[in-house]
Structure formats: C-alpha cells, structure tokens
Design a binder for this molecule. Structure first.
Ligand code: BG6
Length: 506
C-alpha cells in the first residue's frame, strides 16, 4: 500500500513557504493517495490562530488545485494549530500533548516529521527542546527537514550541524535543496547513465567546457533584508549550483542508491579545485543590477529596493569558473552564472563538445586546419521554465554545393503545462516520508561546498566593486563575458541578443 503514516509538525506554519509550497504539496500527496486517513499536521508559529482559522488558510492555499468542497474539508480537517514560542519550554510540553493526542486519534504509529521552515538561528533551540521535552518518539521514526541556509559559512554550518546531530542521526536529517526535487535535475542522471552516446563522451577528451546558467528575471522582491546578508554566491552557488555540478561531474554510481550516489557526489565536490584567494578573484566575477528597462518595462536598481543599503556591496550576480582536478575532468572549465534581474528566467546546462579536428569543408588544406569555424555540438539540458533537452549538430544546407548549417534536435515542453510533473516539494516530502535521502544534501556535501565558497567570499570581502555594474534586463556585467572570452569561449545561451536585435534592450 502506498499510503504513508506520519505527523508533520511545521515550525513556521504561518509563513510564506508553508503557504506557497508545503500545504499545496501535502494536498497533492493526499489527492494521489500517498496520504490518507493516517496523517496529521500541526502548524506552529507565534501568532494566535484557532484551528478553524488555520484550516481556512490551508484551504485558501490549495484553492488553485481545484479541490471539491468535500475534499478540501476532509484534507483541512487533519490540520491543527498551536501558538508556539520556540524559546519557551512549556510550549513544547503543550506540543507534546497535542502530538500524542493526534498520534492516538489518527493511529500515526509514532512516526513524526519535524519541518523547520523558519530562520536558521532557531534550529538549534528547536531540536534541543524536541529531545529535552520528550517529543521524539520511541516507537516510530523521527525525521527532521531543514530549509536553507544551512549556516552562513563553513564554521557556522559545522556548529549548526553539531547541534542537530546531537539529537538526530544523519540518516534522519533531510536538508532541503529544492533544486534536487526538480524533474530535469533528476533527469541529469538518466541522460548521463542511460545513454551510451553521452556517457562514452562525458570527459575531457570530448567536452570543451560546461556552462551552467541559473538566470532569474525577477529582482530581489521583498527579500532585501535576507538577501543583503546572503548575496547570490551564498543564495544560489553554495547550494543549488554546486549540487547540479556534482550531478554532472560525478562518476557513475555502482548502483542507483542513496549511499552510492552520495559517495560519488562527495568525491566530485572534493575534486573541485580550492583556489587561493588571488585565483578566486581571477576566476569569479560579481555584479549588482542597476536600473534598466526591457521591452517597455522599467526596473529599479538593487540599491533602490526595500531594505537594501544605498551603498550595498551585495552581489546579485555571480559568474565563475570551476576546475575539477580528477582523471575525467582535468582541464575542462565548468562555467557557472546566476543572477537576478537578468533578461529571462532560464535554468539550463550547456555541454559544449570539442570540435572535429579539422573542417574538411573548406576550400584548401590550410584553411581546413587553421580556420575550423564549425560550431561545436552542444547538448543543452533545460531545467526550467521549459523542460527537456536539445542537441545541436552540423548538417548540410539543402541545395547545390556544399555548405554546412547547424541543425537542432529539440525535445522540450513547458514545465507549467506538464500536469504530470510533480512540484519539487511534493517529491521531496514523499521522499522524506519514505526515508529516502537521495535528493537531499548530506552534511559531507554541505561542508565541502562551504569550503569552496568561503574562499571566494573572503577574497571578495577584502575588495569593493563599483556597483551597480549591469543594467536590469541585461545578462550581467561585462566581466562575465570576458571570463569566457579569455579562454576562447563564449556563453552559448544569450537571450539578451534577441532583445537587442529588436531594439528592446540597450
Ligand atoms: C532560492 C533562492 O533558493 O531559489 C531564491 O533563495 C531564488 O533567491 C530561488 O529566487 C529560485 O528558485 P526557483 O525554483 O524559482 O528557480
């Protein structure tokens, strides 16, 4: 039977994440029969809410999923609200009482999942109380789901990890990286390990460079306060981008199991070259958006956003080059870039293959070898907003004579219209119910990612940049393009060019 049994206790139950992601995802699981009669949810936060009010909110969050009246009522009836101050020991006693009561009522077999959807400074306090006030059960499972950021550097992450590990074993800790729940990120392994055409070429003999772009068109929105202390490097590179890089670079696991995949990912991360601070400054560039306009819409600069300092040195864009010093990847640059207020929202990976040794279609022998301007074959993996992949090849142009022309094999669909493609959080919640940590970040991965990121951050903290250095709506600062040009490459994906050609972007 597919139906799972558990009590979810959500710390931060009135927050944005709970409302936007968790409740709708739980509902989808309910609708699919993964959750049935034997589940309950306790939402906690400081506000005073009644169960009825809470259930009303839960119903609002699932309205877009078009539940019937009975379905919505039945689903929401599993939700209970508890006003909670995370520092108040007595509140945990009340929480324990309610948990035990719901355990009886819904026959939950002592299975408990604690979801910490709140600021990380409270994580330690919460887990300590879960233990000291005996909320953890003896008979079922106790699992902890934590949202990012996991620390703000290696030291703080290490300390946080020690606090949590004093209560929960590693196997019961599920550190969310929501990118790992995305359909096409999970598809990277299928593309690599189920297709000999790619896997046989997946190395430094055939691949020239790898480009990972996580572009966002939105600005910092209402998260200025958080973002000022984070910046793009910690917000996107330390977690999402390095996880994707590990999936692209790892060796094939012996079996497709959590333990084997993890071990290969950790090895890949450990092979990423640790730069000196001087090298970090050379290989990583940062940007911050200034005011700009695109296609008739005008945007404010980052420094004009709410809760952002007028002279902020926070980066809203990062581009950089990683090297993976192992047998497979030696010498292949992995370029990454991410930023806010870029031309388009687009998360994609371009695998740029080496060119054929000579271009035999040139007129004379000298040109054949010296002017090999055939475009390279590129495998593109589209993560979002469209999902799929494409491969560019060179074919013959139809007609007399012999001219080559690029041909694109394209398999793509819009992620939004793929009703079957479950939302990342839905997959991750089900994984945690199954006790499967494959698509979560293990401590060893988090630790190594911070070691890599800390060097760049320290180097940057010692220098200032003349921000803003890219206009909202563009694809980032000039330095991000020069980074590749210096190596004789260029970004494969240039959505800004399309707008410039039509005069819709300066
Ligand atoms: C989050 C970052 O982890 O990922 C946000 O904190 C970012 O700043 C978001 O906007 C992007 O996620 P997605 O799924 O919309 O690509």
């Amino acid at each position: 039977m597919n139906e799972k049994t558990a009590l979810f206790t959500i710390f931060g139950g009135t927050g944005d994440l709970a409302k936007r992601k968790l409740y709708p995802s739980l509902f989808r699981l309910y609708k699919k029969g993964n959750l049935g009669d034997h589940f309950a949810v306790i939402g906690t936060a400081r506000r005073e809410w009644s169960d009825d009010y809470y259930r009303e909110i839960v119903r609002e969050t699932i309205a877009d999923l078009n539940p019937s009246e009975e379905e919505a009522t039945a689903f929401a009836s599993h939700f209970y609200y508890q006003s909670h101050n995370v520092n108040d020991t007595e509140h945990y006693d009340t929480l324990k009482e309610l948990s035990d009561k719901l355990n009886e009522k819904y026959q939950l077999q002592g299975n408990r999942i604690y979801y910490l959807a709140m600021a990380p400074q409270f994580f330690g306090t919460i887990v300590n109380h879960l233990k000291s006030q005996n909320i953890l059960t003896e008979d079922g499972f106790d699992r902890l789901i934590i949202e990012k950021p996991f620390g703000t550097d290696y030291e703080s992450a290490h300390q946080l990890n020690n606090e949590i590990r004093a209560v929960f074993p590693e196997d019961d800790i599920f550190r969310i990286d929501h990118y790992l729940g995305k359909e096409m990120i999970q598809n990277i392994s299928a593309i690599r390990f189920a297709n000999n055409i790619f896997e046989s070429q997946w190395n430094n003999r055939y691949i020239d460079n790898v480009q990972i772009t996580f572009a966002e068109s939105l600005g910092v929105e209402d998260r200025g306060g958080y973002y000022e202390n984070s910046g793009a490097l910690k917000d996107m590179v330390q977690n999402h981008i390095l996880q994707v890089l590990a999936l692209l670079a790892m060796e094939p696991p012996v079996t497709f199991s959590e333990k084997e995949i993890r071990s290969e990912k950790v090895k890949a991360l450990k092979a990423i070259r640790l730069y000196t601070e001087e090298e970090a400054l050379k290989n990583f560039v940062r940007g911050q958006y200034g005011p700009g306009s695109l296609d008739d819409a005008s945007f404010a600069g980052y420094r004009q956003e709410a809760n952002v300092a007028e002279d902020s040195q926070t980066e809203t864009f990062v581009a950089g080059k990683f090297y993976i010093d192992n047998f497979r990847w030696s010498g292949v640059p992995f370029y990454i870039r991410t930023g806010k207020r870029l031309t388009e929202k687009g998360t994609r990976i371009n695998i740029v293959f080496k060119q054929v040794p000579i271009n035999v279609f040139k007129d004379d022998v000298e040109e054949c070898t010296q002017k090999n301007d055939l475009p390279p074959n590129v495998l593109t993996i589209y993560i979002q907003p469209t999902e799929g992949f494409s491969m560019t090849l060179n074919g013959k142009e139809i007609g007399q004579g012999f001219t080559t022309a690029p041909v694109k094999l394209d398999f793509r669909h819009s992620a939004e219209v793929t009703g079957n493609s479950p939302e990342a959080y839905e997959k991750l919640l089900l994984d945690s119910l199954n006790g499967d940590g494959t698509n979560f970040s293990h401590w060893d991965e988090v630790a190594q990612s911070w070691r890599i990121i800390d060097i760049i951050r320290h180097a940057w903290d010692k220098t200032t940049v003349d921000f803003p250095n890219y206009a909202a709506g563009s694809m980032g600062p000039k330095a991000a393009f020069e980074l590749l040009e210096a190596d004789g490459f260029q970004w494969t994906w240039e959505p800004d060019v399309w707008y410039r050609e039509r005069g819709q972007l300066d």
